[in-house]
Structures are given as C-alpha cells and as structure tokens.
Design a protein around this ligand. Structure first.
Ligand code: VGL
Ligand code: ZN
Length: 222
C-alpha cells in the first residue's frame, strides 16, 4: 500500500520534473534483433517491451532519447565459440568473471540491428558498446573492468540531464548495470518494470536484479 503510494507519487513527480526545469533522458538498452524473439540470445518476452517503449517516446517528455547498441567484433571474447567453451560456462577474462554467451550482436549483422518495430523518430543519440575484443560491456556507461568509458556520461552531463528513465534488454545484465552506473554517476534513476525483461539464466536472476537495484538507489516504476 505504502509502496504503491510512493510509486504513484514518484510518477507524478517525474511528470512535473519539467516544471522544475530538470532535464530528463530516456535510455533504451539493446533492443536489438538478437535479444528479441528468434534472435541468437533471445530474452523471453522481449518483443512485449517494444510497444511500451514506443508509447513512452510518444509522450514526448524527454530532452534526450538514447539507444545503446551491443556491438561486438566477431572475435569477441564473451562468445563461447571464441574460447573453446560451451555457452553458459564462466571463465576469467582479463581479471573479470565472464559468462560465455552464444555469438550475438556482431557488428553490421542483422542480429545487431535495432528491432524494426522500435520507433526511432525521436532518438537523439546512439551509444555502441562491447567493441573491445578483450572485455565485455554490460553497462551503457563503461566496460565491465571499469577501464574505458563509452561517452554516455559525458553526453548526459553536457546536456545537463539529471533524471534518467531506463528500459530495454536484458533486465539482469545490460539494464541492471546501466541502472547501477547511472546511480553511481549521480543521476536520479528510474527503471520502468514494464519496459524490460530478464534473460533468467537462473530463474531468480530478474527478481534478484530488481532487489539489488532498489537497494542501491534505483526507483522501479510500474
Ligand atoms: C547483454 C548478454 C550479453 C544484454 C549483452 O544486452 O543484456 N547480455 N551481451
Ligand atoms: Zn553482448
């Protein structure tokens, strides 16, 4: 009850943030063919988020609408095939634990393209990530070893964005790490629960991600 009250109040606050002259961005994480139905790393229910995200954009309240795009070279070391490993194994990669994924989002491939149903008319910026063969990049802000930034924070700071709403795929990987870095970089950060789906390699991964994000200061809307 109280949770719901707080959530509704926060939604109202977000709607009014414009009156306070707060600038707001929507970040749409990795809505690409390989993460959607029939893709190489299909996230269950992924396609259901697309109409919801399109509706958010139609509300026309964002100062910036940013897409992230997983954009791997074909020899990327997060792929099981490039390490003589099976999908689902975990290896150490340059000091960071790395889950072995199927080949996905290879640069210039169909799988790496944004889903055709995602309306891109209001998109103002695209951040590509995961380009370094040696390290994965779940967060839209930086590589998994926190070595290289993607330029997202600089872009947001340049445009004086204070509030972020985040949606996309997958809840338990790229969405989670993007949300946590958003908080760490000082943004008021809201995740739209209806605008995201989990891979759920383990059945509770999505739930645990939500719990961790709330604990670390992400507001979950929806
Ligand atoms: C993602 C696994 C590997 C994601 C990207 O977008 O969540 N997950 N690469
Ligand atoms: Zn990837």
């Amino acid at each position: 009850m109280l949770d719901n009250f707080l959530n509704v109040s926060f939604c109202k606050f977000i709607k009014k943030s414009r009156n306070l002259n707060m600038k707001k961005a929507l970040i749409i994480v990795d809505v690409q063919n390989d993460f959607c139905e029939g893709g190489a790393l299909a996230v269950p229910g992924a396609n259901e988020v697309i109409p919801y995200i399109n509706l958010l954009m139609e509300e026309n309240e964002y100062d910036q609408v940013i897409l992230t795009q997983d954009w791997h070279p074909s020899n990327h070391k997060s792929f099981a095939s490039n390490n003589n490993q099976k999908v689902g194994e975990i290896i150490m990669l340059n000091g960071v634990s790395q889950f072995m994924w199927p080949d996905h989002c290879i640069q210039d491939s169909y799988g790496a393209e944004f889903h055709k149903d995602l309306n891109r008319d209001s998109v103002t910026h695209i951040i590509q990530k995961g380009k370094n063969v040696e390290i994965d990049s779940y967060s839209g802000f930086q590589d998994n070893n926190h070595f290289m930034k993607t330029g997202l924070d600089d872009f947001l700071k340049y445009h004086e964005i204070q509030l972020l709403e985040i949606v996309g795929l997958a809840l338990d990987y790229c969405v989670k790490f993007t949300c946590l870095d958003a908080v760490a970089n000082g943004y008021i950060t809201c995740l739209h629960f209806n605008g995201t789906r989990a891979v759920n390699v383990k059945p509770d991964n999505g739930r645990d991600s939500i719990y961790e994000m709330i604990q670390k200061g992400v507001t979950v809307l929806g």
